[in-house]
Ligand binder design. Structure first.
Ligand SMILES: O=C(O)C[C@H](O)C(=O)O
Ligand code: SF4
Length: 520
């Protein structure tokens, strides 16, 4: 087993940096289905470029490298204790090498362990089988899409869809609703795994296991195959689109599994995975741990159709039907109230100067404390980057896409007003409270493309400083970044407009067309 740890390390690096071939095929199909000149179409081009960059830089596709979750099948008699230790070593090594973000946090104190090891992390499931080889699979599912997982207990009254009973049609309603409620917050276009039955725990486990199926496989259970096809076709009629910008492609895959349940329970559990669907697997020689073959097609065999130079930067600078011609505005940070008030939903803003990262820990801190730096006119980027320090002690940005902004909804408006912050950047949009604050105070919300961590890392030319690194850990710290050419779209402005509220309302109306029974 002398090669086992190295093989697992290889698996981690490949999973984090090189999106598998079957996932790429689905994203390419979405690119073809979506008009290239729309916000969604051009966002997909940025995603495609990011996938290529990650492979080429051997760096994380998305900065949130997720909860490492392994499923291992071993021949009878294989030593699982040794394997578990080797997996843990490989995880720590990949974290040190910047292939994984430090993602294991003490739930009570918020302390980051710094190596992705801790109670419950990584997750390792072992199962014995009669075969001779070891089959080891890994999924890196990020927090933003994990937060969009949802579990239904049937019978239920489902928003927009009415009564859902304990039958195939009830299940259909749950899944349609699951896609609707995710909006763009799980970095759509996404993939869903569904578990029917079990208890609350095993139902979710079954849902996650579905994400290990090949994107193009066919469900052997006819009813479920029909359900999968139905959902894939019809969820795309919800009009949520890539990043929730609106569009023809919302869902890229739907896989449904079933298990027995208790007479009193009927759970439908849905695991939502973003487009950055990072899962890979290896078949290993059980005696040596040497790699025999990859389980999913490797991404390298399938180059993405990235946008021509500069086109992707304009990714979202296109007008949609009924909108005024979008403008591209290049601004130097800090920003003035006047500059910000002149921006409207649909405008592209390209930012230069110093930007500050801040997410959950910082926002809750700032409510009750002073800021360590002057934030007047400042821009806060909702981002937990992957950072590495070189031998000279200089920090480098290895991956830096946006995080889901809605988590800051309770704080955002107050924090902006308190410190004179003029813009926040994130993804998925924010709610009514923030929209009101943007109006009152003169602020703007900018949407960056979720998961495009390599694409944005390129804009950070230098790390000017960092606060709260020891207290909050790398992802939650407040990084001060010298920025050049960071492009994002205005999706909430100071005039009370929100693209997110609009797409949410439109898709809610569209959801209702799926109320009538389909599977009798
Ligand atoms: O934690 C992150 O960096 C992002 C997270 O995966 C998210 O989607 O919000
Ligand atoms: S930021 Fe988006 S792409 Fe990255 S893990 Fe979160 S949901 Fe997935």
């Amino acid at each position: 087993m002398q090669h086992f740890e190295d093989s697992v390390y290889k698996l981690i690096v490949e999973t984090s940096t090189n999106l598998p071939g079957d996932v790429r095929v689905a994203i390419k199909a979405a690119q073809e289905a979506e008009d290239r000149a729309t916000r969604a179409g051009l966002s997909l081009s940025t995603i495609a470029e990011n996938i290529e960059m990650a492979e080429c830089n051997v760096s994380p596709i998305c900065q949130d490298t997720g909860m490492p979750t392994f499923f291992v099948h071993t021949p009878v008699g294989a030593n699982q204790i040794v394997m578990k230790q080797a997996i843990r070593n490989a995880i720590a090594r990949a974290t040190k090498d910047g292939k994984l973000r430090t993602n294991s946090v003490d739930s009570l104190t918020g302390a980051n362990t710094g190596d992705n090891l801790g109670p419950g992390t990584p997750v390792i499931h072992f199962e014995q089988w009669e075969k001779e080889d070891i089959d080891i699979r890994l999924i890196l599912k990020g927090g933003g899409c994990e937060n969009k997982n949802i579990q239904y207990s049937l019978p239920a009254e489902i928003e927009g869809l009415g009564k859902a009973g304990r039958d195939l049609d009830g299940i259909r309603k749950c899944i349609m609703h699951a896609v609707y409620q995710a909006q763009g917050q799980g970095c759509s276009a996404g993939f869903i795994g569904v578990g029917i039955g079990g208890d609350r725990t095993t139902g979710y486990e079954l849902a996650k296991q579905q994400l290990f199926r090949h994107v193009d496989d066919v469900n052997p259970i006819e009813d479920l195959q029909k359900l999968e096809d139905y959902v894939l076709e019809n969820a795309n009629k919800l009009g949520i689109g890539t990043m929730g910008f609106g569009g023809a492609v919302t869902l890229l895959g739907c896989k449904v599994g079933v298990m027995n349940r208790l007479p009193a329970s009927f759970f439908v559990s849905v695991a939502y995975n973003c487009w950055a669907y990072r899962r890979q697997g290896l078949l290993l020689d059980a005696a040596t741990g040497e790699l025999k073959s990859w389980i999913y097609p490797q991404g390298t065999e399938l180059p993405m159709n990235a946008a021509p130079e500069n086109e992707a930067v304009q990714a979202v600078a296109v007008s949609e039907e009924g909108e005024d011609e979008p403008r591209e505005v290049r601004l130097k940070m800090p920003l003035t109230e006047e500059q910000v008030r002149s921006l409207r939903v649909g405008d592209i803003v390209v930012l230069d100067g110093e930007m500050h990262t801040g997410r959950d820990a910082l926002h809750s801190y700032l409510i009750n404390h002073d800021s360590p730096i002057d934030l007047n006119g400042g821009v806060i980027y909702h981002c937990g980057p992957v950072m590495m320090k070189d031998r000279e002690g200089v920090w480098h940005v290895k991956a830096a896409g946006p995080t889901t902004s809605i988590r800051e909804e309770p704080y955002q408006g107050d924090v902006m007003k308190k410190f004179g912050i003029r813009a926040v950047i994130g993804k998925g949009g924010m709610g009514a409270k923030t929209l009101k604050a943007l109006q009152e105070h003169g602020g703007v919300y900018l949407n960056a493309i979720g998961g495009a961590a390599q694409y944005y890392a390129r804009c950070f030319k230098k790390v000017n400083g960092v606060h709260f690194l020891d207290e909050f850990g790398i992802p939650e710290a407040m990084w001060h970044m010298q920025t050049e050419g960071f492009a994002a779209i205005v999706t909430m402005d100071s005039h009370g407009n929100s693209l997110h509220a609009q797409v949410d309302a439109d898709s809610r109306t569209k959801l209702e067309q799926f109320k009538e029974p389909v599977f009798k």
